[in-house]
Every structure is written in structure tokens, then in C-alpha cells.
Design a protein around this ligand. Structure first.
Ligand code: GLU
Length: 291
């Protein structure tokens, strides 16, 4: 199978210094493997999307010499694929409807003597596993086994593990507002687009075990993962629009690319964008030869 990578931005605003790192790394990885690279616009969470941001992102990528080898796809147009995947899981009893609101979940956890700590995501207590008890379905969840330890190896972070059952619980595939959950959309799309290598920001590393379990439940091929360092904002958190990330300055794409390359531990490059990308592709191949 030909190696294939992708960059999957959420169009919540223009690219910034942090998102360019993931874009560049995924492009370099695909090129270093002699493979193809695609752009997928992850606009399933429509309330968070900014009109026009998708076009702007594609223009910014093009200015940096990063153009999709595959037709660009928009997740908002792929609902039938996600529905078909959910239907398959439902038929096999691997997914179930859930009637619980957030406060229902908190109340069930408190009643079970496991109140949620502040800043900690609630582990779904499984209330609707055995049926809705006459309540209307709001969301759909994946049914996990009692223990779901996932072991995986990240090209940069090394061996990783998470027990999804105890650390996350049965997670949402379709949300109460009718929108498709990121986990389902990303897994279905990576398989449908024959992606072999996922290179993305390190903030997504702890989503990977959920995605591996979903791949297995849907009998989809496994994917290789490589999570790259994040660019942090002034508050020490991942750079984002919310903590003041400025849109990329397109007047000097090479300067923006050099800043992204430095985060990836690649040497500074001079000359033109195409030349710099060629130098970094060789450096990437050298650095991640074993991965
Ligand atoms: N759409 C996600 C984001 O912008 C990236 C998803 C992924 O690469 O799997 O953070």
C-alpha cells in the first residue's frame, strides 16, 4: 500500500504557527516515504467553524508549498459514511443509544461514590448500556469491554498505553446535538482515504487509543502514529486562537516555515520554499528512518 499522510485542520480560523507545524510535519513525512499527502477539512463541529476559514487555510498551505495530492474533502459532506459506520456498530451490538445529559452522568457518578474531580473528564458510568428505560435517545456511544487496555507505539513518543474503559468509558460517536463526534469521523475518514501515517499535534495523542479501538470495532486497517511537539502560547497552553495565536504572515512563507521547522528540530533553510522543503524532506527521512 502506498504511504499516505494527511493534514486535517478544523476550520475554526486561519492557520497559525502551531497548526503549520502539524501541516509541515505530515507533508514531510509523506514525502520522505515517497507517498502522497491529502488535506481534509474537519468541519463536523459546525458551531465552531468560521465561514471562509477553510479557503483561507488552503491558500495559506499553498503559499507554503503544501498542496494536497488528493482531492480535498470536507467532513460536513460525509455524513452518510459516518452513519453507515454507526449502523454497522449498532448491528453488531458495539454501539448503543444513550439518553443521559451531562448532569445525569454527574449524578450517576456521585451516586456510585465516584464524583468527578474538577478539570477531569467524566468517565461514562454505563447507565444506558442495558437500554434507555423509556427515555429518548440523545447520543450514541461505543460499547467497550470491561477492560480495554490499548498498547501502541508512537514514532516519536515511543510505547504508550491507556485503558480506555477505565480512563474514558464508552465514548460518544454521535452527539446529542446530532453532530458526528470527532473520533468516529476521523477513524472512518482515515480508512476511507487509505491513510497509512497520521502525523499530528501531541495534544491528540491521548485520543489515539479511542481511535484504535474504533478501528478494531469497524475492522479497519491499523494506522501508524507520530505526534509532533506543540507550539505553546503565552499561558503555557497549546497555541490557539483563544490564547492569541496570530494568523500566519503570508508575506514571508519561508520565515513561517522556518519557525515550524525549528519546532520539529529541523535545520534552518534559506533560498526558496521548494528548496527548503526538499532539504527538510531529506532531514526528516534521516531522522525518522527507523520509525
Ligand atoms: N481536526 C483536528 C484538529 O484540528 C485534527 C485531527 C487529527 O489530525 O486527527 O485539531
Amino acid at each position: 500500500m502506498k504511504p499516505r499522510g494527511r493534514f486535517a485542520p478544523s476550520p475554526t480560523g486561519p492557520l497559525h504557527a502551531g497548526s503549520l507545524v502539524a501541516a509541515l510535519a505530515s507533508w514531510l513525512d509523506a514525502r520522505a516515504r515517497g507517498g502522497e499527502w491529502g488535506v481534509r477539512i474537519e468541519d463536523v463541529d459546525t458551531p465552531r467553524c468560521v465561514p471562509g476559514a477553510d479557503r483561507l487555510i488552503l491558500q495559506q498551505l499553498a503559499a507554503c508549498g503544501l498542496t494536497s495530492d488528493l482531492p480535498v474533502v470536507w467532513q460536513s459532506q460525509r455524513g452518510p459514511l459516518y452513519q453507515a459506520a454507526l449502523d454497522r456498530l449498532l448491528e453488531q451490538g458495539l454501539a448503543y443509544p444513550c439518553a443521559c445529559s451531562r448532569s445525569d452522568i454527574e449524578a450517576a457518578l456521585a451516586a456510585a461514590g465516584q464524583p468527578r474531580e474538577r478539570h477531569q473528564a467524566a468517565v461514562y458510568p454505563g447507565t444506558c448500556r442495558s437500554g434507555l428505560q423509556g427515555r429518548p435517545a440523545r447520543a450514541w456511544r461505543l460499547r467497550l469491554p470491561d477492560a480495554a487496555p490499548v498498547h501502541w507505539t508512537d514514532a516519536r513518543l515511543g510505547p504508550q498505553q491507556q485503558d480506555v474503559s477505565t480512563e474514558v468509558g464508552d465514548f460518544v460517536l454521535r452527539r446529542a446535538d446530532g453532530l458526528w463526534a470527532y473520533q468516529l469521523a476521523v477513524v472512518v475518514d482515515d480508512a476511507e482515504q487509505a491513510i497509512t501515517h497520521v502525523v499530528r499535534g501531541q495534544d491528540l495523542a491521548d485520543n489515539t487509543p479511542r481511535q484504535i479501538l474504533l478501528q478494531q470495532a469497524l475492522k479497519l486497517p491499523p494506522v501508524n502514529y507520530h505526534h509532533v511537539p506543540l507550539v505553546l502560547g503565552a499561558n503555557g497552553e497549546k497555541l490557539s486562537k483563544q490564547n492569541g495565536a496570530a494568523p500566519l504572515d503570508l508575506s514571508n512563507p519561508l520565515a513561517a516555515l522556518n519557525a515550524a521547522a525549528a519546532v520539529l528540530d529541523l535545520p534552518p533553510a534559506t533560498g526558496g520554499v521548494a528548496e527548503a522543503l526538499a532539504v527538510w524532506t531529506r532531514a526528516w527521512r534521516e531522522c525518522w528512518r527507523e520509525a
